[in-house]
Design a protein. Structure first.
Length: 200
């Protein structure tokens, strides 16, 4: 839209959400939650909680993870990733699967499935099969629920899902090649308010 203001920070009921590029976001209200850092610029703060959705290089980037963790960080991820993180100096690494629910202090985390229905590696084989157990997350902070969908298609488990804010992939087969035009098209088609962020 001509003249539309594109923000680098979205605020909602005291919660501050920044897009760090690709599939990575920082969610902050007292505590800091960072999701899937990849090719991010150095940032001064460290994550209290780091969420990794799955093992692909553009979601599990050890170099970028090192930029956002310290010995007080709790990492939440799927079992396929846990071994890769064994050398990190963090508080702990928790392995989870879709359907799990965690409480870390005053932050709740519901682990959601993330998988493909119509993105195929070859005929009959989707890139992300449901049985791989890749994850999305619903993060509850001070009464606000934020859904980070992970690397997924629109899946049946999204029906009836309740969240105040949804962070969604909108660019087709590869998020990495998505454009602002993809986001604008999504915004035009959506029946809810959509805010497009620019990377911080």
């Amino acid at each position: 839209m001509i003249g539309e203001i594109v923000l680098s920070l979205f605020e909602y009921q005291g919660l501050k959400i920044s897009w760090l590029g690709h599939d990575s976001f920082r969610i902050k209200n007292g505590k800091t939650v960072i999701i899937d850092p990849f090719k991010i610029r150095p940032i001064s703060e460290r994550a209290d909680i780091l969420l990794i959705t799955h093992e692909h290089y553009d979601h599990l980037s050890i170099d970028d993870i090192k930029k956002v963790v310290n010995e007080n960080t709790t990492v939440v991820t799927i079992p396929a990733v846990k071994k890769e993180l064994s050398g990190l100096k963090v508080k702990e690494v928790k392995a989870v699967k879709p359907g799990d629910k965690l409480k870390l202090g005053d932050i709740s985390i519901d682990v959601m499935p993330a998988y493909n229905l119509n993105k195929f590696r070859e005929p009959g084989k989707v890139f992300h099969p449901k049985e791989d157990g890749k994850a999305g997350y619903i993060i509850g902070i001070k009464g606000v629920r934020v859904y980070h969908a992970g690397d997924t298609d629109a899946i049946p488990e999204m029906k009836g899902l309740k969240a105040d804010i949804a962070l969604l992939p909108v660019s087709g087969t590869y998020v990495i090649v998505g454009s602002e035009q993809d986001a604008q098209k999504f915004k035009q088609l959506a029946t809810v308010e959509v805010q497009i962020l620019k990377p911080e």
